[in-house]
Design a protein around this ligand. Structure first.
Ligand SMILES: [Zn+2]
Length: 743
């Protein structure tokens, strides 16, 4: 579990917090194997139950002072007694993980009452047949890759949807499909029980014995013909030709099928949906004309109109998925407007991923799904954040859903080691930390989760030979208690800033603002934030001298020259304003692409987000020798550096660029055994998605894909109207705004 704070020295009270101009909060990556400094947790294997504070329910930890019979809670100062059992245990401190580290991972005792949940993981592919041959080819190769990643003992079901829902039985000698028609009206649901159409255990096939049969069933998939679609749509829908994609109804039926009337049947069920366009048939159909209308009408703000969901259908459906314990991953392969703004809830609320590929040609879908399934994940998770009593969590951000009853408790159906959440803090009272200088601020994060332990791990540990070949479920409790310092003055806050974490909190805030008030408003918020921060910083360092009520422009320090840690912030804000996340509709940002980025960015851990917003540019003198570790994203910087090879990491894209003046004897593309290649392979390995890799030889090939990333000479607002452009003029604009603000 990694926990990163925007500032490691907390402001002393709300005045100090406001005066600093910085967001105050943390990002939490609960299932990361290490903490933010690469330390592993201390593991506990015994059934000993950790003592909890009688007042605030925080768990006992190394930051609590203790004597033989009692301990004082480091969050609320409550004095708590130890039981005689705990006293005996703690007399041998080396044996207790909670006395060795502030980061512990404890196996919870087997309750024996896991509700008879089936421990084998269940995966269902739901494939859009209202699509093309190319789409189905890509989906097949993705699923073949997925089957390779699934461990033995997993169950797999194959379903298709169009104007009918198809369920496949692949366990017999030839695959059998049963089709259920989906009613075309917008209120309809499938009236038969899927269990009656095909018993669930006939639908769910063991992967290890049925891999070949699943593969041959995939071979039989064909797109529905236009004749079929027209016939299905011909039922009184004013002759409009529909795609016949009954996605909403099909999903609802599958959730109920897997969930059953008794709640969860399986400990972990995951549905991969492959979608080639918007749902346009039956309940949950989306009106995609709103996209066209927005284009046509000049007056309305498309950025504002296309971001909210057009129907609560998928938000409600997400609740059904969550109740059934089903995680939904959406793979949309389309360049058509699909209204992900409405669909996204299915994946983000259920802990799934949302992937968008604009074409089948250069799609990394097979690699992405393979990687997604190969890495460990936790499920059925509960995340709880506690703070010491002087402050409390304000907003929480990320792909979880709040507990209906308890505050600051979040549920996550499925969570991998990358998934990151964020919280901001506010003071509980006017005093802040001023009266409690001896008690440092503390944050305790508790993450309860289940993992599926494959049979091999059990037999390795020499346990239960009778359970060979069977999965087992392990419930664990991971606790991290972090102590922070306080800052007596603003300069100390500024010195303790973590720019990447500040960026994370800012990105969450601007996404929220754009969803609620439109992209324009999100941009304004970000711009104003930098103006206020710059003004506060200049005030704090007393850099502006007021002479007769006016101050000179030259005295405003927009470069944060007194504080090295802050110097990167203006560049990050500039880059974020240039990012498709915040660029305007009229600049050609597709609304689905914007939603995809919102979903991606709001789950990234800070250093990945940093790359996605301000890519890392390095240079090489040969494929085996790095020249400079870091360049700013400016054409001028490239030219002056004189390096022949550049490597740019923009998180979703990696670009290797050979300058047009590079020595022609340098091998292109870089050979497989060189330093540059091994760097690329390492980056690809570490990433939650598969980045697209592009090689460009300058002067011979179109370099646009690389040059678009060199943002510092580009307009911040995309208007192209100003005569002086780029980062320099952006700073001038900020300076002017700071002066106005300070007046
Ligand atoms: Zn307490």
């Amino acid at each position: 579990m990694a926990v990163r704070a925007t500032v490691s020295r907390f402001p002393i009270d709300s005045d100090a917090q406001e005066n600093s101009g910085l967001p105050w909060g943390v990002t939490v990556t609960p299932f990361a194997a290490m903490d933010e400094e690469n330390r592993s947790p201390e593991y506990g294997t015994d059934d000993q139950i950790l003592p909890r504070c009688e007042n605030c329910w925080a768990y006992f930890n190394v930051h609590c002072s203790m004597d033989q019979w009692s301990w004082t809670c480091c969050l609320c100062s409550q004095l708590n007694g130890f039981t005689s059992k705990t006293t005996a245990l703690y007399s041998i401190p080396q044996s207790c993980p909670e006395l060795r580290s502030s980061f512990v991972d404890l196996e919870l005792p087997d309750e024996g009452s896991d509700g008879g949940l089936q421990p084998q993981p269940v995966y269902v592919a739901a494939i859009d047949l209202s699509s093309s041959e190319e789409f189905l080819e890509l989906t097949k190769s993705a699923l073949l890759a997925a089957l390779e990643a699934l461990g033995p003992g997993s169950l797999f079901g194959l379903a298709t949807f169009s104007h009918k829902l198809g369920l496949y039985d692949v366990q017999g000698p030839i695959p059998v499909v049963k089709n259920i028609f989906i009613p075309p009206d917008t209120e309809g649901t499938i009236s038969v029980e899927l269990e009656d159409v095909m018993p669930l255990l006939q639908f769910l096939a063991p992967v290890e014995t049925c891999k070949d049969r699943i593969a041959s069933a995939l071979e039989t998939l064909r797109p529905t013909t236009s004749w079929e679609r027209t016939a299905a749509a011909g039922q009184g829908l004013d002759g409009v030709l529909m795609g016949g994609r009954g996605f909403g109804v099909a999903m609802e039926a599958l959730f109920n099928y897997l969930g059953s009337e008794y709640g969860n049947t399986f400990a972990l069920a995951r549905i991969f949906t492959f979608l080639s366009g918007p749902p346009d048939y039956g309940a949950g159909q989306l009106d995609t004309r709103r996209y066209g209308e927005q284009y046509a009408s000049k007056g309305e703000d498309a950025d504002r109109a296309l971001l909210p969901e057009q129907t609560p259908f998928y938000k409600d459906l997400a609740t059904v998925a969550v109740q059934a314990g089903v995680c939904v991953d959406i793979f949309a392969v389309t360049n058509e407007y699909t209204d992900l703004a409405s669909l996204k809830f299915l994946s983000i609320e259920s802990g799934g991923s949302l992937f968008l590929y604009s074409s089948t040609d250069d799609s990394t879908l097979p690699q992405d799904i393979y990687r997604m399934l190969s890495r460990p994940y936790a499920f059925n998770c509960i995340l709880r954040l506690r703070t010491s009593s002087e402050f409390k969590p304000g907003h929480s951000y990320g792909h979880f859903f709040p507990d209906p009853q308890y505050e600051n408790v979040q549920h996550i159906i499925c969570c991998d080691s990358y998934a990151t959440y964020a919280y901001d803090f506010e003071f509980a009272g006017a005093d802040g930390f001023s009266r409690h200088t001896s008690e440092p601020p503390v944050v305790q994060i508790v993450f309860q989760y289940t993992v599926v332990v494959p049979p091999s791990e059990l037999s390795n540990s020499g346990l239960l030979t009778s359970s060979r070949g069977k999965y087992s479920l392990k419930r664990r409790l991971r606790i991290r208690t972090v102590q922070f310092a306080t800052a007596q003055d603003i300069n100390k806050i500024y010195d303790s800033i973590a720019p990447e974490v500040v960026l994370s909190l800012l990105v969450h805030k601007v996404i929220l603002a754009s969803l609620e008030q439109g992209v324009r408003e999100g941009r304004l918020l970000l711009h104003d934030w930098l103006v206020i921060l710059t003004a506060q910083y200049n005030n704090a360092y007393k850099l502006v001298q007021y002479k007769n009520g006016s101050s000179a422009t030259s005295q405003i320090d927009v470069a944060f020259s007194q504080c090295p840690e802050m110097q990167h912030l203006p560049r990050l804000v500039f880059a974020l304003l240039r990012n498709p996340l915040l660029r305007l509709h009229e600049e050609g940002v597709h609304p689905d692409h914007r939603i995809y980025l919102q979903c991606l960015f709001s789950a990234l851990e800070p250093s990945s987000l940093h790359r996605a917003v301000y890519p890392v540019l390095t240079s090489y003198s040969t494929p085996d020798k790095q020249a400079y570790p870091r360049h700013s994203l400016s054409r001028a910087a490239l030219i002056t550096s004189g390096s022949p090879i550049f490597f740019l990491d923009a998180f979703t894209t990696l670009v290797v660029f050979y300058s047009s003046t590079a020595d022609p004897t340098l091998p292109f593309p870089p050979p497989h055994d060189c330093l540059l290649r091994s760097t690329i392979n390492r980056l690809k390995q570490e990433r939650c998605i598969t980045p697209k890799l592009i090689f460009i030889r300058g002067g011979q090939e179109d370099a646009t894909a690389f040059e678009n990333f060199l943002i510092e000479e580009q307009d911040v607002d995309g208007s192209g109207l100003t005569s002086v452009t780029g980062f320099v003029s952006f700073l001038e604009d900020i300076t002017q705004s700071v002066l106005e603000y300070m007046k």
